[in-house]
Design a protein around this ligand. Sequence first.
Ligand SMILES: Cc1cc2nc3c(=O)[nH]c(=O)nc-3n(C[C@H](O)[C@H](O)[C@H](O)COP(=O)(O)OP(=O)(O)OC[C@H]3O[C@@H](n4cnc5c(N)ncnc54)[C@H](O)[C@@H]3O)c2cc1C
Length: 388
Amino acid sequence: MDWPFFYAHHRVLARDLDAWAEKNIPAGSEQDVDSACRNLVRQLGEGGWLKYAIGGTAYGAASDAIDTRAVCVIREALARHSGLADFAFAMQGLGSGAITLFGTPAQKGQYLPRVRAGSFIAAFALSEPDAGSDVAALRCEARRDGDTFVLNGEKTWISNGGIADFYVVFARTGEEPGARGITAFIVEQGTRGFEIAERINVIAPHPLARLTFSHCPIPASQRLGDPAQGFKVAMATLDVFRTSVAAAALGFARRAFEEALRRATSRKMFGQALADFQLTQAKLAEMAAGIDASALLTYRAAWLRDQGRRVTVEAAMAKMTATETAQQVIDAAVQIFGALGVKCGETVERLYREIRPLRIYEGATEVQQLIIARGIISAFQESDGTHD
Ligand SMILES: Cc1cc2nc3c(=O)[nH]c(=O)nc-3n(C[C@H](O)[C@H](O)[C@H](O)COP(=O)(O)OP(=O)(O)OC[C@H]3O[C@@H](n4cnc5c(N)ncnc54)[C@H](O)[C@@H]3O)c2cc1C
């Protein structure tokens, strides 16, 4: 935290949240993931941490623009303690991010204070069975009918699906094909024709669902952003939070490293500690360097974004490197633990499951590779004068 990327308030935030999490976040995973998640959102609201998940001081936010470094510091700290606590915080931000960025004053007033208080749970519904990495292929449609839009279609892999109070849903409005014919809407839980069609279990359990919309009436006042700008709304929202996925991965990796160090220095074999073997030391060195490299890329992207710079390439580098590195670090930690590393309920076993989806969601590693390559090739062509 003494790196130049941070202001004093980021350091205080990291210290205070760590102490709060130690005291307030339950150790071990609860069986009922829905109520565990609801409780965490409420606790995070009561603790005042959700003021960093939204933007706009008029609505109770910590600042007018989302403080990316604060979001990253919070996700890193929460992920070190509990994947579900990190998830609860992140989804309040991602689910309401489009409202912070593109909402009307009435929409902001209606949703953001409740998201901040932890009394309203938010969700972001973009993916569909046939539109994941290729989001512009989405098929869910919203047809205008007077003062309402009629929503039909389905969404899947929606985090907080089943417990959210509202969903920011992206649907085709038909202005143009592909990315240019999509509009965003706020759909409240309980809207006629909206159903949770399936609850989905994943290796690191959290509320997740497939949603269906059948002739679902959405008042025109619930449209979010301009017509046909939904793709831009989705990408701008993801742009804010993509760097924070890297921060969460960093939190998981740091926790695994701490566990590995403790185990390696205490486990005796062949007359010495496991950490005394050079093979172990090589592992620990790789882990430490990978964690620092991830942290530097993560906080560079966050710092640049807070300076108002475009960070598409930097955020992609951070997300790709931090999630891939965390997977390697955690795998090495499991190896250092031996059989204990794969015993259900062990911290490194939990981390091994927690990290995996981060390499897939909010843009899989391959998608980040393409973003980085496109960005550097076009920057090169511009500087070289060969851009078409
Ligand atoms: C735990 C979890 C939570 C999620 N939460 C949400 C949510 O809240 N809201 C939401 O809208 N979505 C959510 N998602 C969905 C997520 O965004 C998608 O899973 C992701 O975009 C990938 O889409 P897909 O699963 O359909 O995989 P596909 O698009 O089928 O891709 C499969 C694989 O192909 C590879 N790939 C992709 N593009 C390329 C390429 N150009 N070249 C080569 N290889 C490529 C990648 O390895 C990728 O993993 C969540 C997913 C998970 C796992």
